[in-house]
Design a protein around this ligand. Sequence first.
Ligand code: S3P
Length: 448
Amino acid sequence: MAHSAVLPLTSGSAGSLSGSVQVPGDKSISHRSLMLGALALGETEIHGLLEGEDVLRTAAAMRALGGAAERGADGVWHARGRGIGGLIEPADVLDLGNAGTGTRLLMGLVATYDFTTFFTGDASLRSRPMARVAEPLTRMGAQIIARSKGRPPLAVIGTAEPLPITYRLPVASAQVKSAILLAGLNTPGITTVIEPEPTRDHTELMLRGFGAELTVEQTPEGRAVSLRGQPELTGRKIVVPGDPSSAAFPLVAALILPGSDVTLPNIGLNPHRIGLIETLLEMGADIQILDRREVAGEPVGDLRVRASKLQGITVPAERAPSMIDEYPILSVAAAFAEGETKMLGLAELRVKESDRLGTMAQGLAGCGIEVSEGEDSLTVRGGKGRKPAGGTTIAVKLDHRIGMSFLVLGLAAERPVAIDDGAAIDTSFPGFARLMNGLGAGIAPLKA
Ligand code: S3P
């Protein structure tokens, strides 16, 4: 898979947004569907898979590990596996592109197999810390050889005799939790992960759905998830809901563009993913959740969003795990709110696809917005009814969510906002510009 060419984009003043659009499938659930489907016995049918670059890399990785993961002519994906213990050593380096989730979860998956797997990715991925995953996997018996600070390229030398562990997460991370649980799949006995702060639980829900024995218990130390190793996983049907982290972009665009009225059907509403909705409601947003229902084990609903007057608030640190990917777009909403919005507990943003705290603070300041960056906090002051100036080009540093956030800002700013490269947007939200323009936005390639 070639890395895409650079794609500068610009977004300029839009009127109101209106209409109903379906955002692409959830990235977290899509990665996990392919991994578990390509491990389980029998066929897994995946409806609504996110066909973004990150997920396609996971599909390729699962094929390299001996599983099957193919798209049918009808757009439904089909995965088929060899059962737990059945993966084979990949013949080449696994190139995960921009995908931190794909890399960390797969490192766990292969750590308890008697073979070696090499991982690499793009410049963003090669700058991301993997020691947080390597450390518990080493306790289970694997060996990880990486560049300094645990960064890729790296090799996971799997163990033939894995040990089940009980591990207390030092950082709130669904990726680390999932890596350990996936390593626990091919480990005899009970593997336990204790998380002091709850994070998204798609791995737990899906492991159960595929037939694993998994228990969740509240302990004084936190939420303890225990998996009995070497289960027989059986293929199943998965319906991937729309990604709430992708819905966040048209949602905030509709809030800040006067007169807008947008519906986003079929959005995943897992309680560990809806911190942004909760926060925007506190800020005074008009967001209605319609037709709440459950689809293939995940809560889903339709969002109706109307332009709103927002008020600045303090977003508590405890809320960070439930909206960890949404701070870039929340800080854009904050720029259009009355008063100050303080976002606390953001240390993890420093190690995402880019240093999101620094990148947002710099970019917002460049757009004429009053902002201050703390070590793990961000404060944005809204402009008392004045539009932010815009009129600048943002370096997105291979970070899809930074790119989309500033394109949304440009729609409602005084002057257009450009981004130096929109290619990374395809990792999570292929068709973003088309979908936004369908609602009335003006996002276009930037002419040199
Ligand atoms: C993800 C977990 C989050 C999130 C990432 C996807 C997942 O990372 O930022 O985009 O699918 O498990 P952390 O749990 O490491 O914070």
